[in-house]
Write a protein that binds this ligand. Structure first.
Ligand code: SF4
Ligand code: MG
Length: 320
């Protein structure tokens, strides 16, 4: 396994200001110290409730947002603080597929123009070659060259997401951050888009960071899965290990809500107490402690460390 991206102590804080002078009184810790690796050719699923920092993580890795602290090492090079020219060259290799296929495509452009735009920006193909490339990309995602002249509003949600994927593929990237790519789609369409992403991965050797709020969505496509809570990762493991034997109480609770096909294998449902606390005012100690069914005294004051246990990672005092 070769690392493609190594994320070290990644943080993204947003200042909360007060008054006319915009004095900083606090911070929203959207991402609060992440350490993990994305390996070449894998799909790493990233899961957590809304507001846990998943999207911010994806955007910060791609440098669409400037991290507050930390490193993002892409094939040995730290992207954080890199000069714009160098970053621009590398950014070709990393693309994003967005959650909302209705909002992310410019309605004034034709589908052909939408897909060609990244190639123009990076001067990758021109003229006839570019048109040929657009046709190829449309076919690769299961659409046809005659769709190039149409506008996004003429397409269904699933087809629009295919257009978004074609656009992301235009620059022949290595890494795709897919930010809840199927959340806005009908359940019947979700698996089609997931299957397409999987086919494309095989065809082009892509690496995915696949963000979802639900463990059932990433189960099929992921090799490993990371679970986030309030800006931190609480568990990261091989898919089979995580689904068969979740270690962290939060992962256990999330998994207990996932329907299982065999009713006899039904898991005990763990109901999470209360709501997700505000990332501006996270609880002391383990930030999950007010909602944890296994909470101990130490959990209320001491933050658990990100620890390796049998080749998997977990942040919980039960395993230290
Ligand atoms: Fe629960 Fe304590 Fe583990 Fe946090 S550290 S998940 S409160 S047992
Ligand atoms: Mg999000």
């Amino acid at each position: 396994e070769t690392p493609l991206v190594e994320i070290r102590n990644l943080k993204k804080y947003y200042p909360i200001t007060k008054g006319l002078l915009k004095r900083t009184v606090n911070h929203v810790k959207a991402v609060d110290g992440l350490d993990f690796t994305i390996f070449k050719g894998e799909t790493l699923g990233l899961v957590g409730e809304s507001g846990c920092g998943k999207s911010t993580t994806g955007r910060t890795i791609l440098q669409l947002l400037q991290p507050t602290e930390g490193e993002v090492i892409y094939e040995g090079k730290n992207l954080v603080g890199m000069n714009t020219r160098e970053l621009r060259k590398l950014r070709k290799n990393m693309q994003m597929v967005f959650q909302d296929p209705y909002a992310s495509l410019d309605p004034r452009l034709t589908v052909g123009e939408i897909i060609a735009e990244p190639m123009e920006i990076h001067r990758l193909y021109t003229g006839k070659e570019k048109d040929k490339r657009v046709d190829e990309l449309l076919e690769v995602v299961g659409l046809s060259s005659y769709h190039a002249k149409r506008h996004p509003h003429e397409f269904s949600g699933g087809q629009r997401q295919r257009i978004g994927i074609a656009r992301a593929l235009a620059l022949e990237p290595q890494l795709i951050v897919a930010d809840e790519p199927v959340s806005a789609l009908d359940v019947s369409i979700q698996s089609q888009v997931i299957n397409l992403l999987q086919d494309l991965q095989g065809q082009f050797g892509l690496t995915y960071l696949f963000i979802a709020h639900d463990l059932s969505v990433v189960k099929h496509i992921s090799d490993r899965v990371g679970v986030m809570y309030l800006g931190r990762m609480v568990e990261l493991a091989d898919k089979h290990d995580l689904y068969d034997r979740p270690l962290h109480p939060y992962t256990q609770a999330l998994l207990s809500a996932v329907p299982v096909p065999d009713p006899l294998a039904k898991r005990e449902r763990i109901v999470l107490q209360g709501d997700v606390p505000s990332p501006a005012n996270p609880p002391q100690g383990c930030t999950f402690h007010p909602r944890c069914h296994a909470c101990m005294e130490i959990c209320k004051t001491q933050r658990p460390k990100w620890t390796e246990v049998d080749g998997r990672y977990v942040a919980c005092h039960l395993y230290e």
